[in-house]
Design a protein. Sequence first.
Length: 286
Amino acid sequence: MERWNRAMAAIEEALDADIEVAALARHALTSEYELRRVFSVLTGIPLSEYIRRRRMTVAAAAIVADREAVQDIAVRYGYSSADAFSRAFRAVHGVGPEQARQPGAVLRTQPRLTFHLRIEGSSEMRYRIVRKDAFRLVGRKARIPLVYEGPNQAMIEFEQNLGQQERERIAAPSNEQPTGELAVCHNFDESREDGSSFDYYVAAATTSAVPADLDVIDVPASTWVVFEAAEPTLEAIQQVWPQAFGDWFPANPYRAIPAPEIVRADYDEDGALLGAEVWLAVESTA
């Protein structure tokens, strides 16, 4: 985690200057993609939003001191106008700069984040590494909001509206691992924050010919890490992502790469969840 904390320190040093994500990624010895992705998964907010909140936290001290014009403070923290700065300030603190200068004004703070490796290793993760040639994911898609915890109602409604017959038609061409009907998450908003949007597919993995009316993702040859959900519950499946990026990736010589994220679930005859696995594309850092 030391390299991630170096990136956090670099943010603090440049709150009154331009902050390049590429430079932060170099501090963390990772890619811009992985830096943004892991940060959002572990903290629940996008990297850009964290930087904005930290800037407004520090800028609040200058505002309250009331020794400089708002325009001068705005320029110092990278805003071209007092209006743009005031909008950002209000979004974080709930009040504008002039209101913040009034006696008794209540402001908010974004604490500086630091990352710590949990030495106890209490969360065991079962996984396997799979190397696959190119294949296609084919099915139906919808643009829906990202939900980190609890049921995703938009996802549920999309699956229900497809109907069982259509879902069986989608699964029919499956001839590749992971087999059967799959839940596929792809093309996330850059922020990847709770409530942002992504493409959700009910799909199958195949190399066969498929109906022309289905949506298709061409997946190049890749290495995949396949995690087993600890329990047959929605909560356990959702916890795979924070456990993977918080525990597994820091301890193993791999990093995530841009690719569809796949969930394969098994059910009994009554529709009860028996188990699930999450497929994430990776590359070796060894």
